[in-house]
Design a protein around this ligand. Structure first.
Ligand code: ADP
Ligand code: MG
Length: 455
């Protein structure tokens, strides 16, 4: 395989894995493989800026893709490739200043959106307002118009898949659009915790603090994750106080109100209650139908009203599942060339509403053993507090399968996995269900595990 062939294959995979804007901004015609051997793949980038950014943001993903394509454990290195500049065929990339002013302005915002960690899909425009979220939406609008001056902090809570993360990103987008000089950052309670632990281990707490304290709008998702972790709580408390007292906006989401977060220190709890607390309820059928309709418009697909109605009535678990059903339905109809009607919907779109047929009765132990075997990890490691990815992923896959295929309660799963907190289980299940939607690797792995369980 030549370097060019390798990179063409890699690009095909990247195109699938990344959003279109990210792929076009960073990869298409803007990268190359300059050299590769058994150990190292050198990736050419347009300029130093792109080189640093790709290294920081995409090195893990690139390694994963290149390992697979080369069938080796390679080291990925980034270099500036001058020939790319000349070969450039697509419109000017983000950071070239030679373009018109407008474009530069737009591009800078794109770039900020990326650095802020915002998902391009989650904007106010794509958020449907209804009875279940009216107050939360109004507060979010107000916060994005007057950050730190209307409601600070803004604490948003609600069950899984009701739109908290979406609304939070929307605030970030709107602020960057109207006040592009503000520094916005979205992170999760988990990533905050991990970053902090890493900083402590590497004795870089100073850098960690100044990063978070230099932010104008901090969006921190699933804050319940930090509860019960003393050092993280302490650090977050200081960061929060610093930001709040210097007039910076903090927005937090959680699966429950502050008062119900067990193990959250009283002083932290009371700080959370200083500003505005709003919740998002589970949407009713009409709202679910409205959301489906808006997703169809967004994706430019037409689905008969009765089919949307059927899905809205039958898939009640979460909006994420609802969207998943719609996607499955549309994909099946396209792939198998079948009409998109009620019959097909009943067959494929909503497995949640059909009893799961299994060829044999499964139990939790089978599932746990099978996942351990599949990922080649020990059960004792799964039950241990170890957090590195080789253990954490199989652990979360176990949580996910136990929850979705056996319908076990969170507490039950927590017990089976060495007595963890049930919020950790909820988090794990949620994380895998989100990831399988976009990560074909992971969905393939889970598919294989399931198949082997039923044989
Ligand atoms: P949560 O963070 O509460 O678990 P998310 O924000 O991740 O939920 O939402 C799950 C999915 O449902 C997302 O794809 C999101 O776009 C969609 N969704 C939720 N509420 C709405 C809404 N009101 N309008 C449009 N899409 C929504
Ligand atoms: Mg969320």
């Amino acid at each position: 395989m030549t370097a060019k062939e390798l990179w063409e294959k890699a690009l095909l995979e990247l195109q699938e894995k990344l959003s279109k804007p990210n792929y076009q901004t960073w990869f298409k015609n803007k990268t190359s493989v300059t050299s590769f051997d058994e150990k190292t793949v050198e990736i050419g980038c347009l300029n130093t800026y792109a080189k640093d950014f790709l290294d920081k943001r995409y090195s893990t993903l690139l390694k994963e893709v290149l390992d697979r394509l080369t069938n080796k454990d390679v080291k990925v290195r980034f270099v500036v490739d001058k020939t790319l500049e000349k070969a450039k065929t697509t419109p000017v990339p983000l950071f070239d200043l030679e373009d018109t002013e407008d474009k530069t302005k737009e591009s800078t915002i794109d770039h900020k959106v990326m650095l802020a960690n915002l998902n391009l899909k989650y904007t106010f425009d794509s958020f449907v307002v209804g009875n279940n979220n009216r107050l939360a939406h109004a507060v979010a609008i107000s916060v994005s118009k007057l950050p730190a001056k209307s409601y600070n902090p803004f604490f948003l809570y609600g069950g899984v898949g009701v739109g908290k993360t979406h609304l939070m990103h929307a605030i970030g987008h709107e602020i960057l659009r109207t006040l592009p000089n503000l520094k916005v950052l979205y992170c999760t309670g988990e990533s905050f915790t991990n970053e902090m632990i890493e900083a402590i281990q590497n004795r870089r707490t100073g850098g960690f603090r100044s990063k978070y304290r230099g932010i104008d709008v901090l969006l921190i998702d699933d804050i319940q994750f930090i509860a019960g972790r003393d050092t993280t709580q302490e650090e977050f408390f200081h960061t929060f106080n610093d930001l709040h007292s210097s007039g910076k906006q903090v927005v937090m989401t959680s699966d429950r109100p502050p008062k119900d977060i067990a193990k959250l220190e009283a002083r932290v709890k009371s700080r959370f209650e200083w500003g505005m607390i709003a919740d998002i309820q589970i949407p009713d059928t009409d709202m679910r139908e409205a959301i489906l309709l808006s997703k169809c418009k967004e994706k430019n697909i037409s689905v008969p009203q009765e089919v949307l109605h059927y899905l809205a009535e039958n898939v009640t678990s979460s909006i994420r599942d609802l969207e998943g059903s719609l996607t499955r339905l549309v994909t099946t109809s396209t792939l198998l060339n079948k009409p998109l009607n009620l019959e097909l919907a009943a067959q494929v779109a909503a497995p949640e509403v059909r009893p799961v047929k299994t060829s044999r009765v499964l139990n939790a132990k089978d599932i746990i053993d099978k996942v351990c075997e599949y990922y080649n990890v020990k059960l004792s490691d799964i039950k241990s507090p170890k957090r590195h990815a080789e253990i954490a992923l199989p652990r979360q896959v176990i949580m996910y399968i136990l929850r979705t295929d056996l319908g076990l309660q969170l507490m039950g799963i927590a017990k089976l996995l060495g007595g963890r907190d049930h919020t950790t289980i909820m988090y794990g299940v949620d994380k895998i269900s989100k990831t399988v939607e976009k990560d074909t690797n992971l969905s393939g792995q889970i598919g294989e595990i399931r198949t082997s369980l039923h044989n």
